[in-house]
Structure formats: structure tokens, C-alpha cells
Unconditional design. Structure first.
Length: 323
């Protein structure tokens, strides 16, 4: 089969190589899946660089989120078991972690449903306790992770403020349903959020960016607000001033979704059921901005790494169904 492999760490466009390799053999408790579509995630780029908390042995195939087909023909979504990732014609996954694909979503949309939407759901509902009528601020609102949080926030009845970088991304954020869009390249984020909230600030802030975005979060969080830290796409890990959190009376919450797969997998299943229901009702629908063939996977991962994409980019092998 064809599969992209990383033999040394570096930028995705430089170290990912498309190879003809043996089809992976599933181990105990695993299943072989024909890849129908694979979603590109920022962690794919971090793993190529050797900067992710999970470091698969070299060589490995990136691709941590797929819509696949079982040998008996069932359409499923899964997180492949590395080193046999999803940017290939076949992948393997732990059988216990394979979930049914929602009928309401096509292959590319299904591939984009799992990690980003599960992260958003756990962050907003499990960690922050977002309530209807509250204000949610989402950094990088037009990106893959941010766009999921925007849709989940609207589905929960929140007023959503989206922070983006550039006019094109601002247009995408509006289409996603943001009530207020702030372009950090041309506007003062802190002033704009305070104006939009009559000086009160945001009740919940969803931050997959870190760096300057976190500094803005601390200045715009409301009394008894909650900042949920879900990643550091900026490359800069902030050092929160805990005295500021004390004086302003807000919470700083961390969300590492992957831990739930081992600590409380029943919650992952429950979340998937909630997401499937929301998709069936049309309340959420992954924004897939590009569908590219397997040959273009390395370039797609690099674009996501460079932060120039909106929504999600899906890799569709030729052996996969039309997505």
C-alpha cells in the first residue's frame, strides 16, 4: 500500500515521504481499517518536528484521525494506533476506541469530527461548565479546533466572540455563526471584547493558541470566568500570573482530551453520542475547507502547521469513497 512516512524529524514538507510499504498487521485487540478520509491536525506537524508529547518511533506514518471502513464494511471513525497513522491507504486502530460514523456526515466531515469536537465538548461542558446565555470567546475561531468550539458554543446557547487573524478568516468565523468577530491583525482584541461585552468580559475563553492570545484572555475574562487552555499553536507557552487570577477571581483550566481515553473512556463514548445527535440535528457540521488526494498530504500538513488554512483539511486516498 501507499503510506507517508517520517524517517527523521523536521518540517512536514521536508521529512514526510510517500512510500510503498507493507499493509500493517493489526495486533491483539486491534482492527485493520481501510482509510476513507484522514483529517489533518496540528499535532501531526508537531510529531513530524518531534515536538509533540507523543513521540512515535521512527519511521512512522502521521495522521491521528480518520474515517475508515472495517473489513466487514462498517463506516467508522478512529484514532489510528501509531506508528501506523492515517495518511495511508490502510491503518490500524484499537478496537475498543473505534466509534460508528454519524450518518449525517460524509467521510471527510466524519474524519474531522473526533478530536477537535471531543476537545471542544470536554473543554466547554466538562471543564468550564458553559451555560446558555454566557459569553464564549474563542481564539483562532476559523481554524480546525476553534471552528468546532464556535459551533459547540452556539449549540449550547452561548454568545460567541471569535478572534481571528485576517479578513478571510473573519468571513469564515461569521459563516460559522460567531456573534462578534475580532480581527487581531487590525483591531485591539482587548478593547473590542470589552466593548462587545459592555466591559464585563467573557465568561468562558477557549484558548488553543497560547502566547499573546493567553495574555489577551487574562485581560478579557469576566468575574468568575474560566480560561480553558487546550494548546499552544503559537509555539509559546505562557506563564500565568496566579496573583492576577486571585485578584480578578477567575479560573485557569487545562484540558488534555487524550487522557480521557484511558482514565474515563465511557465519557468519550458519551461525548460521541452527544456529537452524533448534534450532527443529526444540524447543530454542528465540521467545516472541511479542502479535500486533497493522498499525494498532497505532506503539503497539507505543512499548510496547517503554517496556520494558513481555515476549518479542516481532509486527505482522501483514491481507495476511499468519495468524501
Amino acid at each position: 500500500m501507499q503510506a507517508w512516512q517520517v524517517h527523521e524529524n523536521g518540517e512536514p514538507s521536508e521529512v514526510m515521504r510517500l512510500r510503498q510499504v507493507e499493509r500493517p498487521a493489526p495486533g491483539d485487540g486491534q482492527v485493520l481499517l481501510r482509510v476513507r478520509a484522514a483529517n489533518v491536525n496540528f499535532p501531526d506537524a508537531l510529531m513530524c518536528r518531534g515536538h509533540y508529547q507523543v513521540r512515535p518511533p521512527l519511521p512512522f506514518t502521521p495522521g491521528v484521525e480518520i474515517c475508515g471502513e472495517t473489513e466487514d464494511g462498517r463506516r467508522v471513525l478512529a484514532t489510528p494506533a501509531l506508528p501506523h497513522g492515517g495518511f495511508a491507504e490502510y491503518a490500524v486502530a484499537d478496537a475498543a476506541a473505534v466509534l460508528p460514523a454519524p450518518d449525517a456526515l460524509d467521510d471527510a466531515e466524519t474524519a474531522a469530527l473526533h478530536i477537535g469536537y471531543q476537545t471542544g465538548w470536554f473543554a466547554l461542558h466538562r471543564r468550564a461548565g458553559l451555560e446558555a446565555g454566557e459569553t464564549l470567546l474563542v481564539h483562532a475561531a476559523a481554524g480546525g479546533v476553534g471552528s468546532a468550539a464556535v459551533q459547540l458554543g452556539k449549540a449550547a446557547g452561548a454568545t460567541v466572540i471569535g478572534v481571528v487573524g485576517g479578513a478571510d478568516k473573519a468571513a469564515v468565523a461569521r459563516e460559522l455563526g460567531c456573534d462578534v468577530v475580532v480581527d487581531r491583525r487590525s483591531e485591539d482584541v482587548v478593547a473590542a471584547v470589552k466593548e462587545a461585552t459592555a466591559g464585563r468580559g467573557a465568561d468562558v475563553i477557549y484558548d488553543p493558541v497560547g502566547g499573546q492570545a493567553y495574555a489577551q484572555s487574562a485581560k478579557t475574562v469576566a468575574f468568575e470566568g474560566r480560561i480553558v487552555v487546550v494548546g499552544f499553536a503559537s509555539g509559546t507557552i505562557p506563564n500565568p500570573a496566579l496573583n492576577h487570577a486571585l485578584i480578578k477571581n477567575y479560573s485557569i483550566l487545562g484540558l488534555h482530551w487524550g487522557l480521557y481515553n484511558t482514565r474515563n473512556p465511557k465519557l468519550v463514548q458519551h461525548c460521541h453520542e452527544q456529537l452524533t445527535d448534534l450532527a443529526a440535528r444540524g447543530a454542528i457540521k465540521p467545516l472541511v475547507s479542502e479535500r486533497v488526494p493522498l499525494e498532497d498530504a505532506a503539503a497539507a500538513v505543512q499548510r496547517v502547521a503554517d496556520g494558513v488554512t481555515t476549518g479542516r483539511v481532509a486527505v482522501v486516498p483514491r481507495n476511499g469513497a468519495a468524501a
